[in-house]
Design a protein around this ligand. Structure first.
Ligand code: ADP
Ligand code: MG
Length: 252
C-alpha cells in the first residue's frame, strides 16, 4: 500500500527547475532511496515533502491526505520526521534534551499545566522520558546522554539527529544522507539501524544517499534523479546498471 505519493511535481527556483515533473510512490514498510549527482534535486524533494516549499504543479499525498493543504508545522503531526543534510540540532543543549524535542508532536498538556506540575503533566513527562530512553538504548547513546551536542564527534551528532526523528515515533522517516561523513564502522552501524527501524519499529524509510554500497544493502527500491527529473527506478541493482544512470554519474 502506498504511503507517500508525488504526482507530477515541479519546483522552480527562479529560472532553475530543481524538481521536474517528478512522480514517485513510497510504499508502507519499505526502505526507498533517492540517488543522483550533487544538485540533482534530492534534498529539494525532502523540503517539498516537509512543506518548506510549495510546488508550482503536481500533488503530494501522505496516507491519502493532501499534504499541500498543510503548513510545515503540521507535517510532523501526520507522522513524518526527518534529518537534514547539514545536521540541525540545538548545539548548547544535551543529547537528552535534543531527543526530548522529538517528542513535541505528542505533547498534550498546556504550558500552564506544565508550570503547575499537575499529575497529568508528570505522567506525560514520564511517557516522553521512556520513549527517549528507548531511542537512547536502540542507538547506543548512553555514554552521551548528558553531554552537550557542541562537544560531540560528527558521527555521534548524526546519530542523535536520527534519534530525535525516531523519538517522535514517525510512520515515515526521511534521512538526508545518513552515512555521509561517517567512518566505515559508523556506516555499518547505520546499516543495521536502518534495517531495524524498518523491521522492528515498522517505520517506512525514504533516504537520500550517495553510498551505493549502503543503498544496495538496505533499500528495496531506488529512484535516480538528475536535473530534477527521474532517470530510472527499480531495485538497487537495476538502477545502478541503468545506462542513463551510469552516464549521469560519469558526466559530473
Ligand atoms: P541535491 O540534494 O540532489 O544535491 P538540491 O536539492 O540541494 O540537490 O538542489 C537542487 C538544485 O536546486 C541545485 O541546483 C541547487 O543549487 C538548487 N537549490 C536548492 N535549494 C535552493 C534554494 N533555496 N534557492 C535556490 N536554488 C536552490
Ligand atoms: Mg542534498
Amino acid at each position: 500500500m502506498s504511503l507517500l505519493t508525488l504526482d507530477n511535481v515541479t519546483l522552480k527556483f527562479g529560472g532553475l527547475t530543481a524538481v521536474n515533473k517528478l512522480s514517485m510512490t513510497v510504499n508502507e514498510g519499505e526502505v526507498f532511496a533517492l540517488v543522483g549527482p550533487n544538485g540533482a534535486g534530492k534534498s529539494t524533494v525532502f523540503n517539498l515533502i516537509s512543506r518548506f516549499y510549495t510546488p508550482v504543479e503536481g500533488k503530494i499525498t501522505f496516507d491519502g491526505k493532501d499534504l499541500l493543504k498543510l503548513a510545515p508545522d503540521e507535517v510532523p503531526s501526520l507522522g513524518i520526521a526527518r534529518t537534514f543534510q547539514n545536521i540541525e540540532l540545538f548545539d548548547q543543549a544535551t543529547v537528552l534534551d535534543n531527543l526530548l524535542v522529538g517528542r513535541h508532536r505528542h505533547r498534550k498538556t498546556t504550558l500552564v499545566e506544565q508550570m503547575l506540575h499537575l499529575p497529568s503533566v508528570r505522567r506525560e513527562e514520564r511517557e516522553h522520558r521512556e520513549a527517549v530512553e528507548e531511542v537512547i538504548d536502540f542507538l547506543d547513546l548512553q555514554p552521551y546522554r548528558n553531554k552537550r551536542i557542541a562537544g560531540l564527534p560528527y558521527g555521534v551528532r548524526k546519530v542523535v539527529e536520527m534519534g530525535r526523528a525516531l523519538a517522535s515515533k514517525p510512520r515515515l522517516l526521511l534521512l538526508d544522507e545518513p552515512a555521509s561523513g561517517l567512518s566505515v564502522e559508523e556506516t555499518q552501524n547505520m546499516r543495521w539501524w536502518i534495517d531495524d527501524i524498518r523491521r522492528q519499529m515498522g517505520i517506512t524509510v525514504l533516504m537520500v544517499e550517495h553510498d551505493m554500497g549502503l543503498v544496495s544493502k538496505v533499500c528495496d527500491r531506488v529512484l535516480a534523479l538528475a536535473d530534477g527529473a527521474k532517470l530510472a527506478e527499480g531495485t538497487p541493482q537495476e538502477v545502478q546498471n541503468h545506462p542513463a544512470v551510469i552516464e549521469a554519474y560519469l558526466g559530473t
